[in-house]
Design a protein around this ligand. Structure first.
Ligand code: 5RP
Length: 219
């Protein structure tokens, strides 16, 4: 018997496989993190002899890339990348995103910023009109957790510490509930100024360039 979850899994796989068409011969591919990206990495393994390698956004993706024999390169030596493929937790009609459900947001934002084209791969459950139903992940320096939490409350959010999670960079995650975000780029810029915040899981100042929902291109 099939259920809605099967549909989501199928769409993740279709999106991951469809993203392969954006990978050019000889490229160094920026690779995100998550269950949708895992399908992309599986598909990338079939092309591994046609690419130079990948720059990874997490230890999790690095492990999968290496297991499949795809060379993992350092961003500092790779230089600007032509392409970055990653998932998202929410996506609005302007291709602005919430990311960080897998706690990899900092390296994801770095690799996205280093890439000419960001192809976001999602299933249809991630599409929203207004960002914020999914709690906004914020990576913080551990000693600033309460300071940042108070700043979030001042801005109408409810901060929840993702207790027990330590990021690949040794930091902590606060998930912010209760925001309905009318101007995500303005909020991202404002939060970027607060001491103790490493990365805000809003990808609005640099949104995705292309979004694939299942195998379909979002307009
Ligand atoms: C990880 C992320 C992921 O892209 C996001 O959580 C989506 O994951 P999935 O493809 O498993 O639904 O931002 O930090």
């Amino acid at each position: 018997m099939s259920n809605a979850n099967d549909g989501t899994v199928n769409q993740k796989r279709q999106a991951g496989e469809a993203a392969i068409r954006y990978v050019e011969d000889g490229a160094i591919v920026g690779v995100g993190t998550g269950s949708t990206v895992a399908y992309f990495i599986d598909a990338l393994a079939d092309l591994k002899h046609r690419i130079q390698g990948a720059v990874s956004s997490s230890e999790q993706s690095t492990a999968q890339l290496k297991r499949l024999g795809i060379p993992v390169l350092d961003l500092n030596s790779a230089g600007p990348l032509t392409i970055y493929i990653d998932g998202a937790d929410e996506c609005d009609p302007c291709k602005r995103l919430i990311k960080g459900g897998g706690a990899a947001l900092t390296r994801e934002k770095i690799v996205a910023a280093a890439s000419e084209k960001f192809v976001c791969i999602i299933d249809s459950s991630k599409q929203v009109d207004l960002l914020g139903k999914f709690p906004v992940p914020i990576e913080v320096i551990p000693m600033a957790r309460s300071l940042v939490g108070r700043e979030i409350v001042k801005r109408g959010g409810q901060p929840v510490w993702r207790d027990g999670v330590v990021t690949d960079n040794g930091n902590w995650i606060i998930d912010v509930h209760g925001w309905r975000i009318a101007d995500p780029a303005a909020l991202e810029s404002e939060l970027n100024q607060l001491p103790g915040i490493v990365t805000v899981g809003l990808f609005a100042r640099r949104p995705a360039d292309v979004v694939l929902i299942g195998g379909q291109l979002m307009a």
